[in-house]
Design a protein around this ligand. Structure first.
Ligand code: PLP
Length: 454
């Protein structure tokens, strides 16, 4: 049995779990405690709006938009129809030296909601691929401009940028790095911004820590700016426990990058498409980076897709040399896949029709107050929020980090609420269609589970 799981909870889960009519041996599940899961499977079989249903017919309230991606809620008709129609009309079109109309249409639509100056879109199939694409683009950009010494990539401690070699190299999650040798060479990291001593229980952006951005100056002094290509950060770090940027921090990072000719990449795989109250967190925080990586919400989770949004000048730097030559040697067989593009267009229509890209801002105060009402519950040591994202951090059980939060996850699953845990933080990121009553329901269920875990 996985040591991180409470035996009592495990037994309860095993006792109630339906034994599904599918063989479970062959599928090696990603980011999952496989043996624990297969003893007490949690199988989702249907979804609509704010809810999933499991194979026992139970309704589960979705507290995390699937996995930070189903921003418009589940089973939205425009998206479903767009995908069905596309599959029947044009299943696949090669994306190299060929294209189909919806690729251009979707890129135009994404640019319309992007921060000013970000006028080009390169498609990938996931957040991890978007990140690797952006890192390669940064290296290639400096090279085509004759600054080929700019090869170093800077990430941040506690950053998560997916699982490909580029992403884990610039990422700062030890568990994702330690098994995989050295990763990319020439990578360094700035300090993370988490400072509970000064900022615990901040509502929205913490007041202290803009100066942590100056850590980039330390790396510039060490490596010299002429060797640094890009800095990549999540505006709000999600996977390491919902870390909201201190007021002024991203502005300062932007200033330092600009001063030294370093490209600033915002990884908006979870913050893109309305999560923080604007289409992108860059707009919420009023800081325009040079590139934005996104995925998840671009298709409402309904088809795999990632994208890199790029400033016009970066794109234009590549557009030199003979016109018959490929300018950027990069791309995927499924870049701008027709069904993903159709899903993306249906998604953006749904967001626009229902005002979803700004709804997190409208609900932020209510959601924040609800989440912060958990302060004072047993073992709650910090609460963080922005837009429709909440992080409730619990004191770890002595010598057994992650066990308390994972127990809460299992308990809530039994009670009909899906949350996500990272370390000992419970993360909330519900679909943007959530109603106030459902926010109350989530917080009430969570309160009960936190008390039971005490
Ligand atoms: C900030 C960030 N970047 C990249 C990724 C990786 O995305 P994917 O799992 O689609 O490869 C994630 C996934 O959660 C993420 O949160």
């Amino acid at each position: 049995m996985n040591k991180a799981i409470d035996p009592a909870l495990m037994q309860a889960a095993e006792a109630t779990a339906a034994k599904p009519g599918v063989r479970m041996d062959a599928y090696w599940m990603p980011f999952t405690a496989n043996r624990q899961f297969k003893k007490a499977p949690r199988l989702l079989t249907r979804a609509s709006g704010m809810h999933y249903w499991d194979d026992r017919g139970r309704q589960i309230l979705d507290g995390i938009a699937g996995l930070w991606c189903v921003n418009a809620g589940h089973g939205r008709p425009r998206i479903v129809q767009a995908m069905q129609q596309q599959a029947a009309e044009l299943d696949f079109a090669p994306p190299f030296q060929m294209a189909h109309p919806k690729a251009f249409e979707l890129a135009e639509r994404v640019v319309q909601i992007a921060p000013p100056g970000m006028t080009k879109v390169f498609f990938a199939n996931s957040g991890s691929e978007a990140v690797d694409t952006a890192l390669k683009m940064a290296l290639a950009y400096h090279r085509v401009r004759g600054e080929g010494t700019r090869t170093r990539l800077i990430g941040r401690e506690r950053g998560y940028h997916g699982v490909n070699f580029g992403g884990i190299s610039v990422g700062g999650m030890v568990a994702n790095r330690k098994t995989f040798a050295t990763g990319l060479p020439g990578v360094d990291h700035i300090r993370h911004t988490h400072d509970p001593a000064r900022n615990a229980f901040s509502v929205g952006q913490p007041a202290h820590g803009a100066d942590i951005a100056d850590d980039l100056e330390r790396l510039v002094a060490l490596h010299d700016a002429s060797n640094i290509a890009a800095v990549i950060v999540e505006p709000v770090a999600g996977s390491t426990g919902v870390l909201v940027p201190p007021a002024g921090y991203l502005q300062r990072l932007r200033e330092i990058c600009t001063r030294h000719g370093i490209l600033l990449i915002f990884d908006e795989v979870i913050t893109g498409f309305g999560r923080t109250g604007q289409p992108f967190a860059a707009q919420t925080f009023g800081v325009v980076p040079d590139m934005i990586t996104c995925a998840k919400g671009i298709t409402n989770g309904s088809a795999p897709m990632g994208a890199v949004l790029v400033r016009q000048e970066i794109h234009d730097a590549f557009m030199t040399g003979p016109e018959h030559l490929i300018e950027f040697f990069h791309g995927y067989t499924y870049s701008a896949h027709p069904i993903a593009c159709a899903a993306g267009l249906g998604t953006l229509d749904t967001y626009a029709e229902e005002g979803l890209l700004t709804r997190a801002g409208e609900l932020e105060a209510y959601f924040g107050a609800a989440v912060h009402s958990l302060a004072g519950e047993p073992n709650v040591i910090d609460i963080r929020n922005i837009g429709l994202v909440g992080g409730i951090e619990l004191a770890p059980l002595a010598g057994e980090p992650t066990k308390r939060a994972f127990g809460i996850f299992l308990d809530l699953w039994e009670k009909g609420l899906l949350v996500r845990t990272t370390g000992d933080t419970v993360a909330l990121s519900p679909p943007l269609i959530i109603e106030r009553g459902q926010i109350d329901q989530i917080v009430d269920l969570l309160r009960g589970a936190i008390r039971r875990a005490a």
